[in-house]
Design a protein around this ligand. Structure first.
Ligand code: ATP
Ligand code: MG
Length: 148
């Protein structure tokens, strides 16, 4: 799916129509791809103020409360699997809330089952979004496949 910033709303609508409690969504893509921008747009749908949603690059984990509770994680600066484990991020993601993880590709197996979103930079304005459902249960694959 190709989108510009102006078209982010339609991507958001599609995704929020299927995201459910307990979902973990890993977002991958190079620096400046738009991982945080996408999460901001999704959070805004759940009435979380966009200025609250910032990259948790140095603190690894933000928690937002809107219509739903959202965990926003960023693995970019986590230097080892041991550090990741000691931060206990995975157990935060295992509750009933929705969790977004930037740079999931750095520790692709740590979070178990999740929807993987890849963002590619096409040019200044345009991004290409692709979805990998392979790490989800069959049931979750069917749920997401209806809209993605
Ligand atoms: N179609 C688009 N979708 C998302 N961002 C876009 C788009 N077009 C331009 N941009 C710009 O690209 C930048 C994306 O930055 P953002 O912080 O979201 O990236 P990121 O993937 O989270 O980076 P990092 O790896 O540093 O966390 C923003 O400045 C945004 O305005
Ligand atoms: Mg970011």
């Amino acid at each position: 799916m190709k989108y510009s910033l102006d078209e982010l709303q339609s991507v958001t609508q599609k995704l929020t129509s299927v995201i459910a409690p307990k979902d973990i969504i890993g977002i991958n893509g190079p620096l400046g791809a738009g991982k945080t921008t996408l999460i901001k747009a999704l959070c805004s749908h759940w009435d979380i103020p966009t200025d609250e949603v910032t990259s948790p690059t140095y603190v690894y984990h933000h928690i937002y409360e809107g219509k739903i509770k959202v965990h926003h994680m960023d693995l970019y600066r986590i230097e080892s699997e041991d550090i990741l484990q000691s931060l206990d991020l995975v157990s935060f993601a295992q509750g009933n809330d929705v969790t977004f993880v930037e740079w999931m590709e750095l520790y692709p197996d740590a979070f178990g089952s999740y929807l993987e979103i890849q963002i590619e930079i096409l040019n200044d304005q345009d991004r290409e979004l692709s979805f990998n459902l392979a790490r989800l249960s069959i049931e979750d694959q069917m749920r997401f496949a209806k809209v993605l």
